[in-house]
Design a protein around this ligand. Structure first.
Ligand code: AKG
Length: 296
């Protein structure tokens, strides 16, 4: 296993809940991924593979489960350099929990509200890792990721609206996160933002005239097991795959009390629940969800 991240980057991750590393994914893979995305988004069956921007039937904001759509995304998610870096942060035994791809098209790309990934996917421990891989040069203008540095040390923050999971932190200040800690994470295409599951993060609407596509394979240590099996979380489990090291024979448990993401209605994406549009399309009166539910 090679040391991909410097000691300083690993220490930065431990202290701040994220680190940004340029040049992890090579230009050729990035270019192939962009071409595949163009093909997927020009398909007549676009709604089978993607969630569209509200009010714009030409623009997708999310491609579902990219690793099941084209092998280029498997190649990226299982790239040895990426996994070497992941192993430096979450240990040698690594499961790919799920993958998704946010498109953020020019002028319309939806906002992603403040949230922690762990609030959607609580596990027995916090050795989970989202790898946000920029497929375009990402800057504040086309809405690169923003992180509240150090927020991963504040535990799970409330994502509830009334008594239900709402998928977002309504205001950083209200949950005790210092807004002055917020930093942008820009980087050229091929950069990876390694993100701790308790790091609060967000991104703005894309008002620029450039795409900002990001492919997100989400990993966990093999001994981090889900403690919530509601629909949006359970949906990932059949395809969760050991990509490095050995299957766990024990679950490692951190102490704590973690709120479960019990939403008022099923939701197909983080965008839907954050906007509240999952309530309009309420499919179930019981709060239990169908098998068609997709990952957040
Ligand atoms: O696309 C982005 O800017 C953020 C993505 C994200 O946080 C998510 O999809 O969970």
């Amino acid at each position: 296993m090679s040391q991909v991240l410097t000691d300083q980057q690993v220490e930065f991750y431990r202290n701040n809940g994220f680190c940004v590393a340029e040049g992890i994914i090579g230009d050729q893979l990035v270019e192939r991924a962009r071409n595949v995305i163009d093909g997927l988004l020009s398909s007549p069956d676009i709604t089978d593979v993607a969630e569209l921007e509200p009010g714009d039937e030409m623009m997708a904001r999310r491609i579902w489960a990219p690793t099941s759509r084209d092998k280029v995304f498997v190649e990226i998610a299982e790239d040895e350099i990426l996994l070497d870096a992941a192993a430096q942060l979450i240990g040698p035994d690594i499961v790919l929990q799920y993958s998704k791809l946010n498109v953020k098209p020019p002028k319309v790309g939806s906002v992603v509200e403040w949230h922690q990934d762990f609030a959607y996917y609580p596990h027995t421990n916090t050795d989970l890792l989202a790898c946000l891989i920029y497929l375009d040069d990402a800057t504040p203008e086309n809405s690169c990721l923003k992180v509240a540095a150090g927020s991963h040390r504040q535990g799970i923050l409330s994502h509830h609206v009334d008594e239900h999971f709402g998928g977002k932190i309504t205001s950083l200040a209200d949950v005790g996160v210092d807004e002055s800690t917020v930093v942008d994470c820009p980087g050229p295409a091929g950069t990876v933002v390694f993100l701790h599951p308790l790091a609060a993060h967000a991104s703005e609407k894309n008002t620029s005239d450039r795409y900002r596509r990001v492919f997100i394979p989400a990993f966990r240590s093999a001994d981090a097991l889900p403690i919530y099996y509601g629909p949006h979380a359970a949906h990932n489990e059949p395809t969760a795959k050991l990509v490095r090291g050995r299957q766990a024979t024990t679950a490692r448990c951190e102490e704590g009390v973690w709120q479960l993401p019990l939403a008022a209605a099923e939701f197909n994406s983080l965008y839907q629940i954050q906007e509240g549009s999952h309530l309009d399309a309420k499919k179930s009166s019981t709060g239990y969800f169908s098998h068609e539910t997709k990952a957040d």
